[in-house]
Ligand binder design. Structure first.
Ligand SMILES: Nc1ncnc2c1ncn2[C@@H]1O[C@H](COP(=O)(O)OP(=O)(O)OP(=O)(O)O)[C@@H](O)[C@H]1O
Length: 226
C-alpha cells in the first residue's frame, strides 16, 4: 500500500499573545491519501495558515506528529527536511511571491534547477505547464507585465514543476475577482489531478471548496467534516 501524502496526528500549536497563551491548534488529525484534494475551511484567525505551515515544515513549535509521504518530519535533520520540502512539496500563496526580475518561464524553471533537473528539460517542463495554463504567449513576460490571474497561474506552474506529492495552497485565489478565481482554481485542480498530487487548499470560499474531493473545517482548534 502506498504511503499517505500527509498525516497529521494530534497536532498542537500555541502562541503567546499579550500575557496569555492562545491554543490555536488543539489536536488536529488529518490524513490525505495520495492524489486526494482537500479544502480547509475556517473563519479568519482559526489557524488555517498555521496548519499549512506545519505541513510545509517551514516552522517549528508544533506538538504531535507530521508525516509527509510516510516520512516523519521530526526525525529529519535540517538538510533532509529542506530536501523533502524541495522534492515532495509545492506551495501556492495568496500573493504569488514570484521572482520579479525573472520571466514566467524562468520562475518555473528555477525550482527544477534547485532540485538538479537539467536546464533544457526544466525549460520543456515549464513551457508545457505554462502553455497548459493558457500562458503560451506570456512565457517571457516578467510578473509585473502579467495580470493578477496570470501571475497566479505562473505560481501554480511553479508549485507543480517538480511533481510534488503534496501541494499546500493558502488562499491561492484569494486575491482575484470571483470569475478569475474560479477559472484559476479549476485549472489548478485539473493539473493537480492530472499529475496525481494531493493538495490541501485553505480557503474562505465554500463554493470553491465544493469543487474539491473533501472539505474539512477548523473549529476551535480541531478539524470537523466540512
Ligand atoms: N507567529 C505568531 N505569533 C503569535 N500569534 C500568531 C502567530 N501566527 C499566528 N498567530 C495567531 O494564531 C491565530 C491563527 O492564525 P492563522 O493565520 O493561522 O489563521 P487563519 O485561519 O489562516 O486566518 P486568515 O483566514 O485570516 O488568514 C491567530 O489568532 C493569529 O493571531
Amino acid at each position: 500500500m502506498s504511503e499517505a501524502a500527509l498525516q497529521l496526528a494530534g497536532l498542537t500549536r500555541s502562541f503567546r499573545q499579550g500575557g496569555a497563551e492562545i491554543e490555536v491548534l488543539r489536536g488536529v488529525d488529518l490524513t490525505l491519501q495520495r492524489g486526494e484534494i482537500v479544502a480547509l475551511l475556517g473563519p479568519s484567525g482559526s489557524g488555517k495558515s498555521t496548519l499549512l505551515q506545519a505541513a510545509g515544515l517551514l516552522e517549528g513549535g508544533f506538538g504531535g506528529r507530521i508525516r509527509i509521504d510516510g516520512i516523519e518530519a521530526a526525525d529529519l535533520a535540517d538538510k533532509a527536511r529542506t530536501e523533502l520540502r524541495r522534492d515532495r512539496l509545492g506551495f501556492v500563496y495568496q500573493f504569488h511571491h514570484l521572482l520579479p526580475d525573472f520571466s514566467a518561464v524562468e520562475n518555473v524553471v528555477m525550482p527544477q534547477l534547485v532540485k538538479g533537473v537539467d536546464k533544457a528539460a526544466a525549460e520543456v517542463r515549464a513551457t508545457e505547464l505554462l502553455t497548459g495554463l493558457g500562458l503560451g504567449a506570456r512565457l517571457h513576460h516578467r510578473p509585473a507585465q502579467l495580470s493578477g490571474g496570470e501571475q497566479q497561474r505562473v505560481a501554480v506552474a511553479r508549485a507543480l514543476a517538480n511533481r510534488p506529492v503534496l501541494v499546500l495552497a493558502d488562499e491561492p485565489t484569494g486575491n482575484l475577482d470571483e470569475d478569475t478565481a474560479a477559472k484559476v482554481l479549476d485549472e489548478f485542480l485539473r493539473l493537480v489531478r492530472e499529475q496525481g498530487s494531493a493538495a490541501l487548499v485553505a480557503t474562505h470560499n465554500r463554493a470553491l471548496a465544493a469543487r474539491m474531493d473533501r472539505v474539512v473545517r477548523l473549529n476551535h482548534g480541531v478539524l470537523v467534516a466540512g
